[in-house]
Ligand binder design. Structure first.
Ligand SMILES: Nc1nc2c(c(=O)[nH]1)N[C@H]1C(S)=C(S)[C@@H](COP(=O)(O)O)O[C@H]1N2
Ligand SMILES: [Mo]
Length: 316
């Protein structure tokens, strides 16, 4: 026999795609890098998810080259599934993201528990290519698909007492193994001031790369606040609560000296344990130079006025 058909191979001769991908991620994780920066992909990455109709909004998109599908979906922070960058891709796949409901509570006229589709249906989706700057001093460029958070907030009609809005992630230790550890207080809650939430740059994402979100990126609904450190952008949101007082938030509770409520990207305020002046662009390669971190992650022209007169060293 000259040419062997796939059925003729013994299993031991084959490296399944998943094993190969896992090996790349494992090597990458050991080096603290994105998979794509260590070994070339065996094949063109195959995007998953349902295609979404979402024209790009150039006004709110960076011209920088987006990170690869592999980087965006293979190098993640999502402590509900473990603390390694490769854990979410390996472990979030089984999370049931449909049906999904979101409860709107607190200081708003339109309260209640809504099917996700009913909550977002009136809002057209658009694509926005945003920089993501993690507090750990790495960054990516990600083509999100979503709806402006402000449009939804206005539809929910916050009362005049609503000064903050909190976003809560699903709490379900049977589906989220990381929640069986006390690495953070569960559920994950992050919040914004109401004027931050209604800023045109704040996005509620339902997709990435033109398709519905992979679970590791926060399916079926996650926040994206591009001028803040990534931890403010909660994933798998089940509750939106309007509040008069500033709520306690997960990362601020876990380390108040290290993670402020505002968490605006600020190269002038170092984390107590590392500098925030520069960042490593994931996927840029092992020997690429670090790049300077910009105030408000480069979105200062749009958002700096939200913080006029505030001491950003104190309110970090
Ligand atoms: N529920 C939840 N949301 C979360 C996190 C998390 O651990 N749990 N990690 C945050 C951090 S630190 C970052 S940098 C971003 C990463 O988003 P990405 O994996 O889609 O790039 O998600 C944020 N949202
Ligand atoms: Mo992060």
């Amino acid at each position: 026999m000259l040419i062997r058909r796939p059925a003729d191979y013994r299993p031991s001769e084959i490296t399944p795609a998943e094993v190969y991908a896992d090996r790349r991620r494992f090597i990458a994780a050991a080096l603290g890098l994105a998979a794509s920066s260590v070994l070339p992909a065996a094949r063109a990455a195959t995007p998953t998810g349902t295609p979404l109709t979402a024209p790009r909004n150039p006004k709110f998109s960076t011209a920088e080259t987006p990170n690869s599908w592999d980087d965006v979906t293979g190098y993640n922070n999502y402590y509900e599934f473990g603390t390694d960058k490769s854990d979410p891709a390996a472990k979030a796949g089984h999370l049931r993201v449909s049906p999904w409901t979101v409860t709107v509570a607190g200081e708003a006229e339109l309260r209640g528990t809504f099917a996700l589709e009913d909550l977002i249906r009136p809002h057209p989706l658009e694509e926005r290519v945003y920089r993501l700057r993690c507090v750990e001093a790495w960054s990516m460029v990600i083509p999100w698909v979503g709806l402006p958070l402000g449009d939804l907030v206005r539809r929910l009609k916050p009362t005049s007492r609503a000064k903050y809005v909190a976003f809560t992630t699903l709490r379900d230790p049977t589906q989220m193994p990381g929640q069986r550890s006390s690495v953070l207080d569960w559920p994950y809650v992050e919040a914004l001031r109401i004027d931050e939430a209604t800023h045109p740059l704040a996005l509620l994402a339902t997709g990435v790369y033109g398709r519905s979100l992979p679970n590791q990126n926060g399916a079926p609904l996650r926040l994206v606040v591009p001028w803040k450190y990534g931890f403010k952008s909660g994933k798998a949101i089940v509750r939106i609560e309007f509040m008069e007082k500033m709520p306690a938030t997960t990362w601020n509770r876990s380390g108040p000296e290290e993670y402020g409520f505002y968490a605006n990207v600020n190269p002038a305020v170092d984390h107590p344990r590392w500098s925030q002046k520069t960042e490593r662009r994931i996927g840029a390669g092992l020997f690429a130079a670090r790049q300077p971190t910009l105030p408000f992650n480069g979105y200062g022209e749009q958002v700096a006025s939200l913080y006029a007169g505030m001491d950003l060293r104190r309110y970090f």
